[in-house]
Write a protein that binds this ligand. Structure first.
Ligand SMILES: *Cc1c(COP(=O)(O)O)cnc(C)c1O
Length: 369
């Protein structure tokens, strides 16, 4: 009799829905016969500036060494990060994107008997890594689209091992103040690890918003995750990292793949940390773009969730799927978020001014037509 190999997968994996990425430009061009140069993609929270010239130059230099394994300890990058943020290198764990680190954390600290807490509307990777290891995911209902931190702390049981908090959150763009986050951390028992995902922290303006790295001394159960994919503009290269106590980092570094960040990625990430001007431009373009999009939505009478990331979720009504398709036909790729339980919203990443304009014009045409 034929074996049903799918039934051999652990039960959490059988129930898994694969992560739905934004549609690649080439794929849309192929499907609809459009000119790829005429398509704009505002679907994956990528940096619209293109990569930093300094990062590009370093990546090109690294190509000469393609026959060598990368530095498995990522010494140069860790040294630069430690210097920049006032850390010890022993606190760092590098990953193939911060998604890699999120998965390693789950594998190290949770298992089939554990519960893992995250918020409704939180980043899709949290339930994914939780289910993949056979742990029980506890999704706590959101408050005003953001994490209900009180309810999340109250959801802790004897079996809770991990809590994921995204600040700002993707796809809602919501954020918590430093005071709210501290109150939450005070309420969580020290034996429960809190993963603070700060993928968008570079876009925050400081004012009363938390810097997870400043909380590590006070909260030994905290793991802060960051990435080079967004404000630093290196999404293709897959580099992220966590900062934690050295003891936690030691555990994570035992389990991660020995060469999980490649040489080109290491070189580019190390170089981009010296390109302060690039980071400043990323922030400026984002601030202007968020305002432009918000103004456009106001003009169209569309409600949106005020965002602290490099994207914004807009309520386009109960035919969001059709609006998404109609935008595709016009060569504009955004992100449907029905899979997040947000069937009325589309998430649009902040682009350059002319891209935001083209998206808003196409949206007006679709909704008016
Ligand atoms: C984009 C994003 C990341 C970063 O993913 P990488 O694997 O580093 O590219 C992490 N967390 C959230 C919430 C994100 O939106």
């Amino acid at each position: 009799m034929a074996v049903d190999y799918q039934s051999l997968a652990v039960s959490g994996v059988q129930a898994l829905q694969p992560y739905q990425p934004g549609k690649p430009i080439e794929e849309l061009a192929r499907e609809l016969g459009l000119d790829p140069d005429r398509i704009i993609k505002l679907a994956s929270n990528e940096n619209p500036l293109g990569p930093s010239e300094q990062a590009l130059a370093a990546a090109r230099r690294a190509l000469d060494e393609l026959c060598l394994y990368p530095d498995g300890n990522g010494f140069a990058l860790k040294q630069k990060l430690a210097e920049r943020y006032g850390l010890s290198m022993s606190q760092l764990t590098l990953g193939n994107g911060s998604n890699d680190v999120l998965e390693v954390i789950a594998r190290c600290f949770a298992g089939p008997d554990s519960e893992v807490i995250y918020s409704q509307y939180a980043f899709a990777v949290y339930p994914l890594v939780t289910q993949a290891i056979g742990a029980t995911g506890v999704s706590v209902p959101a408050r005003d689209w953001g994490h209900d931190l009180d309810a999340m702390a109250a959801a802790v049981t004897e079996r809770t091992r991990l809590i994921f908090v995204a600040n700002p959150n993707n796809p809602t763009g919501t954020v918590h103040s430093d005071a709210a986050l501290r109150a939450f951390l005070d309420a969580v028992p020290e034996r429960v690890l809190v993963v603070l995902d700060e993928a968008y922290c570079e876009y925050l303006n400081g004012d009363g918003y938390p810097d997870g790295l400043r909380l590590l001394d006070r909260y030994p159960n905290l793991i802060v995750c960051r990435t080079f994919s967004k404000a630093w503009g290196l999404a293709a290269l897959r580099v992220g990292y966590s900062v934690s106590s050295p003891a936690i980092a030691d555990v994570l570094n035992r389990v991660r793949q020995p060469f999980n960040v490649d040489s080109i990625a290491l070189a580019a990430a190390t170089a981009v940390l010296d390109d302060e001007a690039y980071l400043e431009r990323s922030r400026a373009v984002n601030t202007a773009g968020l305002a432009q999009l918000a103004e456009g939505f106001d003009g169209l009478g569309l409600p949106y969730i005020p965002s602290f990331g490099n994207f914004i979720a807009v309520d386009v009504g109960d035919q969001a799927g059709d609006v998404y398709q109609a935008l595709l036909v016009r060569g504009v790729i955004v992100r449907p978020v029905a899979g997040y339980g947000m069937p009325r919203h589309l998430r649009v990443s902040v682009g350059l001014e002319h891209e935001n304009r083209r998206f808003l014009d196409a949206l007006a045409e679709v909704l008016g037509g």
